[in-house]
Design a protein around this ligand. Structure first.
Ligand SMILES: [Zn+2]
Length: 279
């Protein structure tokens, strides 16, 4: 069906159901997240198929869950906001599966509605010490200015693209990613300008965003927060920090010397919180 015919059909549906939809809108705003206000319902000339709004049954979120600290606090924050949470993790050929184990434990502990683990073998071409076993994970340096070899080429662009597909499939309007551009390793795909550009692309490349006027939002709630602020928030939310895993090197205990371990240790120290993962 062409765009014009579809819009015409939708207008017909809307006329027939306008009264019903309006009252449905009023009552269901109690339960539904993505509905327009009654005013915008009538003002919005692009409400091509109002019925589309009704398929969003409650406010749903897709949360990127790596198993690390940032994603764990994000998960608990989103859950505390009353979302139906769909967690998304990636088996991307990373050096170790320890963080995936952490992600599974966190998803279970938080009681998410679903947890998808998507296999995306970025180690097929490597290009990072996290996805190429012939490269070494170097020791961390918190004063470094260049981007370390632990950077995985376009990782968050790939992950957010998959998250957009998942979100559209389950009719979730909100995607959450726990990146920060404050105390981080300089990764370009953790910066605000990238997140904004990605959100823009998602809304141009999904039916929800481009045709149904149900924009998908990408939230990066910690983008301007320090890790220690995250930890404080996580403590208040009851995040089980002992289930999280940050070390790039894997193993049974964090190495304590990689970039990720150093950033984590400093953040817990600054927050005045004991890192239970090390106890
Ligand atoms: Zn480490």
């Amino acid at each position: 069906m062409g765009h014009g015919k579809r819009a015409q059909k939708c207008r017909t549906i809307d006329r027939k159901t306008a009264k019903l939809s309006f009252y449905g809108c009023l009552s269901s705003r109690i339960f539904f997240n993505a509905l327009p206000s009654p005013r915008s319902f009538f003002k919005d000339r692009n409400y091509s198929c109002f019925i589309n709004h009704l398929v969003i049954v409650m406010k749903k979120a897709v949360v990127l869950l790596s198993g690390g600290l940032d994603s764990a606090v994000t998960l608990y924050m989103v859950k505390s906001q009353g979302y139906e949470v769909h967690a998304l993790s990636f088996d991307y050929g990373q050096r170790h599966s320890r963080e995936l184990k952490a992600a599974k434990s966190l998803a279970q502990e938080a009681g998410v509605v679903s947890h998808q683990v998507v296999s995306l073998r970025l180690d097929q071409w490597g290009g990072s010490s996290l996805t190429d076993s012939t490269m070494q994970v170097e020791d961390g340096n918190v004063n470094r200015e260049d981007i370390p070899v632990t950077y995985v080429p376009a990782r968050n662009m790939v992950f957010l693209s998959v998250a957009a597909s998942f979100a559209e499939a389950v009719k979730a309007q909100d995607i959450f990613i726990g990146v920060s551009q404050v105390d981080y390793s300089g990764y370009v795909d953790c910066r605000e300008e990238f997140i904004e550009a990605m959100e823009n692309a998602v809304n141009k490349g999904t039916v929800m965003g481009a045709e149904q006027n149900i924009p998908i939002r990408i939230h990066a709630p910690f983008i301007h927060k320090t890790k220690s602020e995250e930890i404080q928030m996580g403590k208040e939310l009851g995040v089980p920090f002992e289930l999280t895993w940050s070390c790039y090197r894997g193993g049974t205990k964090p190495c304590g010397t990689c970039d990720s371990c150093l950033l984590r240790a400093k953040a817990f120290e600054d927050a005045g919180v004991v890192d239970k993962a090390l106890v």
